[in-house]
Design a binder for this molecule. Structure first.
Ligand code: FES
Ligand code: FE2
Length: 355
């Protein structure tokens, strides 16, 4: 838990760990090819993902109930998983459908054999898995406005070696840009200037209210008008940047998903409605990877210091989003534990910083 040293009272020290009762983005849909199984540890839980006969994704616990081998080592055939060890078969609901070693007169009730199934959905080109008991009572999967799967341009994933919270805080940190992402094509130290942005609470998070781009960047004008940007943060760890420029929209979805206590995967998916940008896709992709790699590398360096468990100092206003994140997380953990409605702790506020 990071102490908050400034005007806000410190949060209780309890660390809720990974939030449950929430949907997490586990991979872009293109990585889940028909007929293939993907094994992945998410929130410390082993998952096997595949597509059923209808093409819809499914997620099961990646452990065969017979003798424990990961089912992802098996194969997917006719929408069913066949375990590689003794060939037991499981359908997309996790129900056992065949045990080849049984002889015909051995009455064995296959319905007794099940693998845990996780609610799993593909939305706007991404595969989400629900961790918890009750998806109906939880916040839905966030949907992007004005774009859909057809507009999906670039989907990049990258593993960060560090705990979730620091990756999320890094994702929302407005002050690191000119230092971490310094590049001739993006930012320099000399480009730092004062900013003031209005923030407001939004469902399970907060929003940097839609505003016109401050810089008159040429890159922006290429988009087809002066861009107006809105940035939404939402639990568990989702950032949506929605840019409207003239009649076009560019939308970035960033989802940070914990794999385990010290490993986090960042998914960055960009959608756009401008056909000409699609032509530039091969050129854009390396820039996106460089950008994400800069965040990954700084976080790897940060882990060296964090290994000594130092006290940390969050300041206003630049670290205010980080403080909000910890409060939102604590409130969600407490609300779900108590079975009461979530109360957003964020209040509308103008934040000012230099970056
Ligand atoms: S371990 Fe899976 S069928 Fe035996
Ligand atoms: Fe960054």
């Amino acid at each position: 838990m990071i102490p908050s040293p400034s005007d806000s009272p410190a949060e209780p020290a309890a660390d809720p760990g990974f939030l449950r009762e929430l949907w997490y983005l586990v991979l872009p849909g293109t990585r889940l090819r028909p007929g293939r199984l993907v094994g992945k540890t998410v929130l410390g839980e082993p998952l096997v993902l595949g597509r059923g006969p209808d093409g819809q994704p499914f997620a099961l616990r990646d452990i065969c109930p017979h003798r424990g081998i990961p089912l992802s080592c098996g194969r997917l055939e006719g929408g069913e998983i066949e375990c590689p060890y003794h060939g037991w078969r499981f359908d997309a609901r996790g129900q056992c459908t065949a045990i080849p070693s049984l002889v015909p007169d051995q009455a064995f009730d296959l319905t007794r054999v099940k693998v845990q199934r996780y609610p799993c959905r593909e939305v706007q080109g991404n595969v989400w898995v629900f961790f918890g008991r009750d998806p109906a009572a939880a916040p839905g999967i966030p949907e992007l406005a004005d774009v859909d799967g057809r507009h999906l341009g670039i989907a990049e994933s990258m593993i960060f070696h560090g705990p979730l919270d620091h990756a999320v805080v890094g994702l929302m940190d407005p002050a690191h840009g000119p230092f971490v992402h310094r590049a001739w094509w993006w930012r320099s130290k000399a480009s730092i200037h004062a900013k003031a942005k209005q923030f407001a609470p939004s469902p399970f998070g907060f929003t940097m209210v839609r505003h016109r781009a401050s810089s008159n960047s040429r890159a922006y004008r290429l988009l087809g008008g002066v861009p107006e940007t809105e940035i939404v943060f939402r639990l568990p760890s989702i950032r949506i940047e929605h840019v409207r420029a003239g009649r076009h929209v560019l939308c970035g979805l960033t989802a940070v998903t914990p794999l385990g206590p010290r490993e986090t995967e960042l998914h960055h998916i960009i959608y756009w409605t401008m056909p000409w940008l699609t032509v530039l896709k091969p050129v854009l992709r390396p820039f996106v990877r460089t950008f994400l790699g800069q965040d990954r590398d700084i976080m790897a360096k940060q882990q060296v210091g964090l290994a000594h468990n130092p006290p940390l100092l969050l300041i206003d206003d630049a670290d205010r989003p980080a403080k909000w994140y910890y409060r939102l997380k604590n409130e969600y953990a407490r609300a779900t534990a108590a079975g009461r409605p979530f109360e957003n702790p964020v209040k509308p506020r103008l934040l000012r910083w230099r970056s």
